[in-house]
Design a protein around this ligand. Structure first.
Ligand SMILES: Nc1ncnc2c1ncn2[C@@H]1O[C@H](COP(=O)(O)OP(=O)(O)O)[C@@H](O)[C@H]1O
Ligand SMILES: N[C@@H](CCOP(=O)(O)O)C(=O)O
Length: 322
């Protein structure tokens, strides 16, 4: 469960005075999510999501995240819309945390996805990449190479507690990725966390994308690589090439990948697997027992990383030409 900051009715009502959101009828904490505290609110007018931004969200980045949602929604992408306060600001302070109200998006995330859903995800991601192209604010990816090194510096000494030999394996992996990471692929605004729990469906139809709090400027193909990991492995750890093909075909039905992007995919998938392994490992080692959050298994991403290390070319992801 992710409610790090408890709120009370008195403070919440006070916070809502800055908005034209109607009268508070009810609120409750949302048990899903990892990063921030989320609440579902009902006013006499509408359902809203209240987010209190926690440890990994820098307040200085909020104009980027909230402005991006506004921008993408204006471009026709289905995503939550932040509510402006009376003074025009897109967030305020609640219980000592920066907090925003965003519109409630209908739909549910898929507990069990199929190739046809992966195709929809590819389509939506490519649309997002195009829609973000003229967004005015830039945000570097804090969880790319330098961020990985910083995380690893904090976890390396204890990594072998999780699996023997990890310290050496990941140190070597990081060194390899630092030497080989691409420098000149097409880039723009990426979601950077488009996992199944951040994509809503109504039936088989994708109804929208949520959780833009890792969005940043980086390679478009890196976003696709994140989805190869998040959507295309089965519970038993097997890579599902049919899903991968559907994801990439969906993406390319909107935005074609260049030859350089295709060639870089296995490496980008390795980097993406390492990125989620490292944040999960850090949380695994550092989150105190009894904290109100479900810790995610870092070893799942270690297995993905090892898989991509064995991939020789993007044709193994179902691409016909590589
Ligand atoms: N705009 C929204 N509309 C409907 N539900 C939402 C919305 N934003 C968040 N949620 C709900 O809150 C949960 C956690 O949100 P998320 O942004 O993924 O949190 P975190 O950033 O903490 O991981 C989602 O799985 C969903 O159930
Ligand atoms: N997707 C990340 C964790 C971030 O969680 P989210 O709830 O913000 O999507 C992971 O799986 O490690």
């Amino acid at each position: 469960m992710a409610v790090y900051t408890e709120i009370n009715e008195v403070d919440l009502k006070d916070f809502l005075k800055a908005y034209d959101a109607g009268e508070l009828m009810s609120f409750k904490g949302i048990t899903e999510g990892v990063e921030n505290s989320n609440f579902l609110l009902h006013t006499d007018r509408e359902a809203l999501i209240l987010t209190l931004y926690e440890k990994r969200v820098d307040e200085g980045d909020l104009p980027f995240y909230l402005g991006l949602m506004e921008h993408l929604a204006e471009q026709g992408l289905s995503c939550p819309l932040p509510l402006p306060r009376h003074d025009g600001a897109l967030y305020g302070l609640l219980c000592g945390r920066p907090a925003a109200l965003i519109s409630f998006l209908e739909g549910m995330w898929l507990r069990k996805s199929e190739a046809k859903h992966c195709r929809e995800v590819g389509v939506a991601m490519a649309k997002m990449h195009l829609a973000g192209q003229d967004f005015a604010i830039r945000r570097e990816n804090a969880l790319s190479l330098k961020g990985w090194v910083d995380l690893w510096d904090k976890s390396a000494a204890r990594a072998d507690e999780v699996e023997a030999g990890l310290e050496d394996e990941i140190t070597n992996e990081l060194a390899y990725l630092e030497d080989h990471w691409p420098v000149d692929l097409p880039e723009g605004v990426i979601h950077a966390d488009l996992f199944p729990d951040n994509v809503f469906f109504i039936g088989d139809e994708l109804s929208g994308l949520i959780d833009f709090y890792f969005a940043c400027n980086d390679f478009f193909a890196y976003d696709l690589a994140i989805c190869l990991n998040a959507w295309c492995f089965e519970k038993d750890g097997a890579f599902n090439v049919t899903k991968a093909r559907a994801l990439i075909e969906g993406y390319q039905s909107v935005r074609s990948l260049s030859a350089a992007e295709v060639e870089a995919l296995p490496l980008l998938a390795r980097g993406s697997a390492l990125r989620f392994f490292l944040t999960r490992l850090y949380d695994w080692l550092m989150t105190p027992e009894g904290a109100m959050v479900v810790k995610k298994d870092p070893l799942e991403y270690l297995r993905y990383l090892r898989f991509h290390r064995s991939v020789k070319s993007a044709s193994e992801y179902g691409l016909v030409k590589a």
